[in-house]
Design a protein around this ligand. Structure first.
Ligand code: PEP
Ligand code: MG
Length: 761
């Protein structure tokens, strides 16, 4: 058994012992590509560690008694297990071998106690990748034997992140059969870094795409920075396009502490071109060599230190393989159900009909979840599904919002899918057209491809009207940030609260306000950090009674005949100000930690007094609306649109159109009622009139305007809004790229129109 293997001894077939990352670094090294030297602590070492220290039994004792569907129990168990792994002494024999390898590496690079990067490397060869969920652990600038062992244990512990435990339990995977490897590699102190696709990632065209930013590559990979985008012709190596972006953030090694830090890019470098022609030529050559070696287009990560290019990662461009599979599987299509396309993409899988939440365990990875209407407690099962089909609902219902964010194709409002589809039969749904076909048409889902495309298109267009993104699930924030959006125009709070399983009022009534604040801080942090320094508008709780009733402590919420017109949004929060206060306290804490990019948005206002009272409560917790924090409202009642001047007089920084509600209230069409869904349109002249008057009045007063309802993802509406002078548009993750293109086209049209007018005059 080998505890460690140097890259020189590994190749791409060694995934089982070195994990995907480790095996590929070995393959590149053996192919003569410049890779920072290093070694892999094999999966067998992890196995030996948990067996020899006998902690595996301890871990199983914890797992055997928890209910993984109880989020709090699950999180607590994950914390306990990770602590056990982090605190257990590594047996001497293993420790000595790891330290000897580290010392050999230090000798080789000629530095004592060299800085290294430590990364977990999942051995997902014969298990679905999701069983390793959450294991993207990377620790940079680690130095010395003690720190090395500490972070290796942290990587091992990541095998027991809550999501990974949940996945394995739900799918009956034995925890003892899942292993993890750890990569230890010389730290490249990158001056510039990024990614390179050796072919067009969505079309496969013979073009190389390079994305580059200052400092360590983490800023580009995590989407924290909008990198420069360079297209190169693969054949003649000519630079086709170089788009310089504004790069505000970079990661670098602090010269004093040696630790990695996130800093603001110096002003003179923000808009400076990152790569010179020689570097682009060097990367292009390297890209071609790597693609030739693997005989398939690659998605790579690179870094440049003192003029030398290093390769840090290479893997096939998955979107291209998926496309090929999808075409192969094309068959004749028989439509068996029709509804509304609510989340784009196609998905095939086995039908599992859910009539009660007790049945959620039936949903295995890759199934198609079919139900009357999804409920918040179905989210873990929705995450496992390949596609979602509902009887009820319109394109802004719960199922639609969650699936769009999770990137799962979805058809809603079929009327009778739970009756006409047969349990365990294989179907394919088309989330664009709103159709369900008999049989398997695609390999699994074609959604991923669209997300990749989003990233690429997005980063090459700049617009004056900001294009933002909506986020409802903090865990999807990184993906949303990868679209290059100019901020979050709507951060919904409801899912953060629902994920606790406990009604927020129960936290308050039991004197556990601190816990509620903590939950909010942890969740909002994920979004504010992923988008830092771009603005994130946090929308205070808008919880309809029917959605929150199933939570612990929600049983006595009133039953309402018409929850959409009921006790929700700011009207409820002003009746229960302690919840609103807890939300404001969480935002204040994050502001104190430097996340001043968070603003506050108040939902469902119908009278300026509501805005006045909300601001007063914000002041009570120490926030200063319109002074140290942006404060605005959603315009989603006709009342707010018709007296917007009075809201402006009360004082606000911005307004954002919630067209989902504005449409239902203006047209008297319940947004969740599929019987009237065909009448639901944001393009009704009455709505356009309301939007127009609000934009006009706000522009007069210097108040920013935005849209975060579903209409912000509809090109024809966006076109009108840009013409009317809206400040920003916030779209769903999958629509950001398209919306950016539409905005750019309209802006050009307006410039052209103005220029022609000048010439004519
Ligand atoms: C809206 O009403 O348009 C909106 C964005 O809010 P929600 O969909 O959460 O009600
Ligand atoms: Mg709304």
């Amino acid at each position: 058994m080998k505890y460690v293997e140097f890259f020189e001894e590994l190749n791409k077939d060694d995934v089982a012992i070195a994990g995907g990352k480790g095996a590929n670094l070995g393959e590149l090294t053996q192919a003569g590509i410049k890779v920072p030297p290093g070694f892999v602590i094999t999966s067998q070492t992890y196995n030996q560690f948990i067996n020899e220290t006998e902690i595996f039994d301890e871990i199983m004792d914890i797992l055997n008694v928890i209910d993984v569907n109880n989020n709090q129990e699950l999180q607590q168990a994950a914390r306990k297990i990770k602590n056990i792994i982090i605190e257990t002494e590594v047996p001497n024999e293993i420790k000595t071998i790891i330290i000897e390898a580290y010392n050999a590496l230090c000798r080789r690079i000629g530095k004592e106690n060299a800085f290294v990067a430590i990364r977990s490397s999942a051995t997902a060869e014969d298990l679905p990748e999701a069983s390793f969920a959450g294991q993207q652990d990377t620790y940079l600038n680690v130095k010395g034997e003690e720190e090395l062992i500490k972070y290796v244990r942290k990587c091992w512990a990541s095998l027991f992140e809550a999501r990974a435990i949940f996945y394995r339990e739900e799918n009956n995977f034995d925890h003892s059969t899942v292993y993890i490897a750890v990569v230890v590699q010389e730290m490249v102190n990158a001056e510039k870094a990024g990614v390179m696709f050796t072919a067009h990632p969505s079309t496969g065209d013979e073009k190389i795409l390079i994305e580059a930013a200052w400092g360590l590559g983490e800023a580009v990979v995590s989407g924290t920075v909008t990198p420069d985008t360079i297209w190169v012709d693969k054949e003649n190596e000519e630079i086709l396009d170089y788009q310089i972006s504004e790069k505000n953030i970079m990661y670098r090694k602090n010269p004093n502490t040696g630790k990695t830090e996130k800093i603001t890019v110096p002003d003179d470098m923000k808009k400076k071109q990152v790569l010179n022609n020689d570097e682009i030529a060097g990367l292009t050559k390297l890209g071609k060599t790597i693609q030739d070696h693997y005989d398939f287009p690659q998605d790579t990560e690179w870094a440049i230190e003192e003029g030398q290019i290093f390769m840090l990662q290479s893997r096939p461009i998955t979107t291209l393989t998926k496309k090929a599979e999808a075409i192969e599987a094309e068959v004749e299509r028989t439509i068996i159900a029709k509804g509304l396309g609510a989340s784009p993409g196609m998905a095939s899988g086995k039908v599992k009909i859910i009539r009660d939440t007790d049945e959620l365990d039936k949903i295995l990875v890759g199934d198609i979840l079919v139900t009357v209407m999804t409920m918040p407690d179905m989210v873990p099962a929705m995450k496992r599904a390949n596609g979602i089909i509902t009887d009820e609902g319109g394109v802004t219902c719960h199922a639609a919002i969650v699936s769009r964010e999770l990137g799962i194709p979805c058809v809603v409002g079929t009327g009778d899918a739970t009756k006409v589809l047969k349990e365990n039969s294989v179907v394919t749904l088309d989330g664009n057209k709103g159709l369900v076909y008999e049989g398997k048409i695609v390999e699994s889902t074609q959604k991923e491809e669209e997300v990749e495309k989003t990233t690429v298109v997005q980063q090459s267009i700049l617009t004056v009207t900001e294009v933002k993104v909506n986020v409802s699930m903090p865990e999807a924030a990184k993906k949303a940030a990868m679209t290059g959006a100019d901020g979050v125009g709507l951060l919904r709070t409801e899912h953060m609260m629902l994920a606790t399983g406990v009604h927020p009022k129960k936290f308050i009534s039991e004197g556990r306000e601190d816990e509620l604040v903590k939950v909010l801080v942890e969740n909002v942090f994920k979004v504010a950090d992923a988008f830092y320094t771009k603005t994130v508008w946090y929308r205070t709780l808008d919880a309809p009674t029917d959605e929150f009733k199933s939570l612990k402590g929600g049983e006595d919420d009133p039953y309402e005949h018409n929850p959409m017109l009921g006790w929700r949004g700011i009207r409820r929060e002003l009746d229960e100000p302690e919840i609103l206060k807890a939300e404001f306290k969480a935002i204040k804490k994050l502001h104190e930690q430097g996340y001043t990019n968070i603003g506050i948005m108040i939902p469902l206002v119908q009278h300026p007094d509501e805005l006045k009272q909300a601001k007063k409560i914000a002041r009570e917790v120490g926030l200063k609306p319109q002074k140290n924090i942006e404060f605005g409202i959603m315009v989603e009642t006709p009342a707010a649109a018709l007296i917007i001047e009075d809201f402006i007089a009360e004082g606000l920084d911005f307004v954002s159109f919630g067209t989902n509600d504005l449409t239902q209230y203006t047209l008297a069409i319940d947004r969740n009622n599929e019987n009237v869904a065909d009448l639901f349109t944001e393009q009704h002249p009455a709505i356009l009139k309301l939007l127009e008057r609000v934009i006009k009045e706000c522009n007069k007063a210097g108040v920013k305007t935005s849209i975060c309802g579903q209409a912000g993802s509809i090109p024809s509406v966006v076109e009108k809004l840009v013409e009317l002078g809206i400040t920003s548009v916030s779209a769903n993750t999958d629509a950001v790229a398209l919306v950016r293109e539409v905005v750019a086209r309209v802006e050009k049209k307006l410039i052209l129109r103005a220029a022609r007018k000048i010439i004519q005059d």
